[in-house]
Design a protein around this ligand. Sequence first.
Ligand code: GLY
Length: 318
Amino acid sequence: MRRHNVPTADYQVFRDLAPAREYLCGPAHYPLVLKADGLAAGKGVTVCPDREAALAALAECMQEERFGEAGRTVVVEEYLRGEEASVHAITDGETLFLLPTAQDHKAAFDGDTGPNTGGMGAYSPAPVVEGALLDRVVKDVLVQTLHGLRLEGVEFRGVLYAGLMLTKGGPRVLEFNVRFGDPEAEVILPRLGSDLFEVLYTAAGGRLSALPPPVVDERPCVGVVMASGGYPGSYQAGKPIEGLEAAAAVPGVSVFHAGTRRRDHELVTAGGRVLCVSALGHDFAEAAGRAYAGVEAIRFDQAHFRRDIGHRVLGAAR
Ligand code: GLY
């Protein structure tokens, strides 16, 4: 990102303990974020409010070797303040097919509290990243990234998903994924009027410029994840699921399966995040009402879901 001017958090990379300590005790601004550079099962990122916390996190990586090889290199990043949003596009490497924006809710409990999860619900669009700001994201993040990839000889075809922090200074990339977000996909795809297969197939063939622009349903979509009790910690699987037909009969509702499986003639839970109940509505309030009507129709032992999905847009609408 730095090589190609894609806006992201300012950062320093350290491969040795002494210069890292020197930086944390000297010019560093707090709070900051300290990251093990490699894969660390989602545990390698520490938000450090002060120097003491940063030195402890550094010691974990470089002295105690808590993350093994993944912690040999440490990245110290600027702490970004703002709201997060997800912008997805499908690309053939030249042309971008922009999908509706979305925002997910990563915390396990209401009020954005509790441990981080893969996502407990989402809504689309994310009004916080519409209009001129979205144009800026397309130009400064997505187009700039494709351009950088091409310059580096990478031909990329597929989903480009930018996880953004919308700071006062403008959008900053937190992460890229080359897949759909989950549960973002469950609120983006119900709004997509274009034929998804055709878009993907055309992108794979490098002919996206031949397609008309995306057809998007103007109605918002809200998706509520139903998880196994205990998720994202340990949970029990194998709980029978009832009420799926009643949920799907609620107007505008689609039920997406994630952690489910068939056991003989019944459907049982088989994962942390079990289902996502998504609903389109004429406004966010109707979409959320329908999604929760779907959720209320579904039963399995120890089901857990947040009751405030969409609170930011619902609050703004009131
Ligand atoms: N919802 C976040 C992700 O899919 O990575």
